[in-house]
Design a protein. Structure first.
Lengths: 113, 113
């Protein structure tokens, strides 16, 4: 299994500012994933954070808006830049262990005012 | 690309009623299939999974069978409890090396005493 700690758990931010979300895993993993869950919606993959290389972004998400760092095999950060109210969501970090099982952090509930 | 279609919610049942939440998928190759549950105020938890055709995943009285011929993975429980009230997400793993999950839209279940 994997235990994932995400910080902060929630935040209220002013539009135009940036927030960096941290994700710490209790064991080494090759790939870490960042998802967004907009209010009342399902989870959408933002990007895959690869250690030692650039993150891989999904269609509709760009590095300038969601820069990601992955300095080692247990840690990653996601920054939400130049925020607007449309960025209000829950952001989740996830890892896959073994063949298929995915584990999720508790999420960061972001409100942009 | 991959996609997951879930029945719309909310689903409202009385305690001890039978539950079915439908899930169908589109994918290339042979994905693994999952049901995740999100209890109020909590993070995503894996409920059950199946990694190949005809596999049955089960946990906490919930079951789902991987039906390749109908590309379905319907969630069932014979007798729901108030404590089962949550949002349920059907998901599939990436095929061809992509290990991020594709989620359905989620189904909110409300069980009344």
């Amino acid at each position: 299994s994997a235990v994932i700690s995400q910080k902060p758990s929630r935040d209220i931010c002013q539009r135009g500012t940036s927030l960096t979300i941290q994700c710490q895993v209790d064991s080494q993993v090759t790939m870490m994933f960042w998802y967004r869950q907009q209010p009342g919606q399902s989870l959408t993959l933002i990007a895959t954070a690869n250690q030692g290389s650039e993150a891989t972004y999904e269609s509709g998400f760009v590095i300038d808006k969601f820069p990601i760092s992955r300095p080692n095999l247990t840690f990653s950060t996601l920054t939400v830049s130049n925020m607007s109210p449309e960025d209000s969501s829950i952001y989740l970090c996830s890892v896959v262990k073994g063949d298929t099982e995915a584990f999720f952090g508790q999420g960061t509930r972001l409100t942009v005012v | 690309g991959n996609s997951v279609t879930q029945m719309e919610g909310p689903v409202t049942l009385s305690e001890e009623a039978f539950l079915t939440i439908n899930c169908t998928y589109t994918a290339t190759g042979y994905p693994s299939l999952f049901w995740y549950v999100q209890y109020p105020g909590e993070g995503l938890q894996l409920l059950l999974k199946a990694t190949k055709a005809d596999d049955k995943g089960s946990n906490k009285g919930f079951e789902a069978t991987y039906r390749k011929e109908t590309t379905s993975f319907h969630l069932e429980k014979g007798s729901v409890q108030v404590s089962d009230s949550a949002v349920y997400f059907c998901a599939l793993s990436g095929t061809t090396g992509r290990r991020a999950l594709t989620f359905g839209s989620g189904t909110r279940l409300q069980v009344q005493p």
